[in-house]
Ligand binder design. Structure first.
Ligand code: GDP
Length: 458
């Protein structure tokens, strides 16, 4: 997928602020010419440092430093790339960028260098995302996982699945051409076994991807429930002796508190909804709207119920929430219910009454808490520290789930009339979902969404 007649882009590649060295990066067909305009035209040896003075369009020296030239295709983006290494001050670097723009470069958009690297087949989409994840990594574990992804660990597993699907598709398409024998062909010809094998492998990749995302982002849990149900007590109990850091969510400081804890090494982000209340105040309403934006992105809703409260209908979520929080009922998040104060109500701590995912416990004594902790790790798919083989994002997991759903559908239809046609369609859908992960297949707006979340200069 080579780019057609791209322009030349420029951006500061080093972090904002002051440092010993700052790097301005140019990429595109005019990179070499523009560098020449700044430093005076002279020969450059590829991948070799050259000392130079950089001049503005009027000829005044802006800075002095090193120039590195990476001719296409042997560069990060696959295009001609020049790096100007000056001193790391914002005025100098901005002036250098402005001089490059004067000579015909365009300021790069967020993630545009990585996007060009992807479009020029220097890396696939998961690898490009891994660069951002590596840079953003907050722990050694997540940095290690991101580096594995960057080196292709995730892509290899996905490509391996795609390869197997292609083989299956060839087989199934052949079966469709012999309708009289099709059913036998499919049910006895090893297709079922192969399909089961692919489903197992895709399941394993999904589990690894969930680990990778968990290590990166953690599980985000919204805690809700009526006043005095024991929400704060439960948050403290879950945090236990592990350091609880209370942070304020930007822009919603009045309404949502986020607490980041770890559950046996799994990052757990707790969002406290105590600040969500009915208010006629316009500013407060805006804060609450933003709080809901935050909450909507969470993974799960944890509803705390006081088990002393008589006759509660546990299946009626809205009835378990204060009026100001009833909007949570419409968010379509998976729900875990906690029947708290088991020590007072006589419920057996650790019991799991109906409906599903309901836990009786005492936040005060800690009895029954272990079952909830295990449940949260299980729903997140957490396997313990050191188990993440690569980093992954929510979109990868969604795609893997879609692929698995299509494969499972194909398997269930295997013995039906015209199973071949149906299976062929399911295999095609599964392959497409997998190829969205690596970017071999991309929906129109996907690239824009991914790369626009990168910083400028990446
Ligand atoms: P919140 O308003 O939902 O955050 O509730 P709190 O966590 O502040 O708890 C309200 C009251 O119930 C406090 O006095 C707590 O000590 C008490 N409480 C919370 N959980 C339990 C529990 O499991 N058992 C008992 N006996 N008291 C509890």
């Amino acid at each position: 997928m080579p780019l057609t007649a791209p322009d030349t882009i420029v951006a500061v590649a080093t972090a904002p602020g002051r440092g010993g060295v700052g790097v301005v990066r140019l990429s595109g067909p005019d990179a070499r010419r523009i560098a020449g305009a700044l430093m005076g035209d002279r020969p450059l040896t590829p991948r070799t440092a050259h000392f130079a003075r950089f001049r503005d369009p009027q000829g005044a020296v802006i800075d002095e430093g090193l120039v590195l030239w990476f001719p296409a295709p042997g560069s990060f983006t696959g295009e001609d790339v020049v790096e100007l290494q000056g001193h790391g001050g914002p005025v100098i670097l901005d002036t250098l960028v402005a001089a490059c723009v004067h000579h015909g470069a365009r300021p790069a958009l967020a993630g545009e260098f990585s996007q060009r690297a992807f479009l020029n087949d220097k890396m696939d989409l998961t690898q490009a995302e891994a660069i951002a994840d590596l840079i953003d990594a907050g722990t050694r574990e997540s940095a290690r996982a991101a580096l594995n992804s960057l080196q292709g660990a995730f892509s290899r597993e996905v490509n391996n699945l795609v390869e197997q699907l292609i083989q299956l598709r060839i087989y199934v398409e052949a079966a469709i051409d012999f309708p009289e024998e099709e059913i036998d062909f499919l049910s006895e010809g090893g297709v079922a076994d192969d399909l089961a094998g692919v489903i197992d492998q895709a399941g394993a990749v999904l589990a690894s991807a969930r680990q990778g995302r968990l290590i990166r982002e953690g599980l985000t849990l919204v805690i809700a429930g009526k006043p005095n149900a024991g929400k704060s007590s439960l948050m403290n109990a879950l945090a236990g002796h592990e350091a609880a850091i209370v942070t304020e969510v930007a822009g919603t400081t009045r309404d949502v508190l986020r607490e980041a804890i770890q559950l046996d090494g799994m990052p757990l982000n707790l969002i406290d909804t105590a600040g969500l209340r009915d208010s006629p105040d316009r500013v407060e309403q805006e804060g609450i709207r933003r709080a809901y934006d935050e909450i909507r992105k969470a993974d799960r809703l944890l509803v705390v119920v006081d088990s002393l409260e008589p006759e509660v209908d546990l299946t009626d979520l809205a009835a378990l929430l204060p009026r100001s929080q009833q909007e949570l009922d419409h968010l379509d998040l998976p729900v875990t219910r906690v029947l708290n104060k088991a020590d007072l109500s006589g419920l057996e701590p650790g019991a799991q009454p109906a409906p599903a995912d309901t836990f009786a416990l005492s936040a005060a004594t800690g009895e029954g808490l272990e079952a909830l902790r295990e449940h949260l790790k299980a729903v997140a798919g957490y396997q313990g520290t050191g188990q993440s083989r690569f980093s992954a994002r929510r979109r990868h997991i969604t795609a893997l789930e879609q692929a698995l759903a299509a494969l499972a559908k194909g398997r269930d239809q295997l013995h039906q009339h015209a199973a071949g046609e149906l299976l062929a369609e399911d295999l095609r859908a599964a392959q497409q979902a997998l190829e969205e992960i690596t970017g071999a297949f991309t929906a129109d707006d996907l690239l824009g969404r991914i790369f626009s979340s990168f910083c400028i200069g990446k």
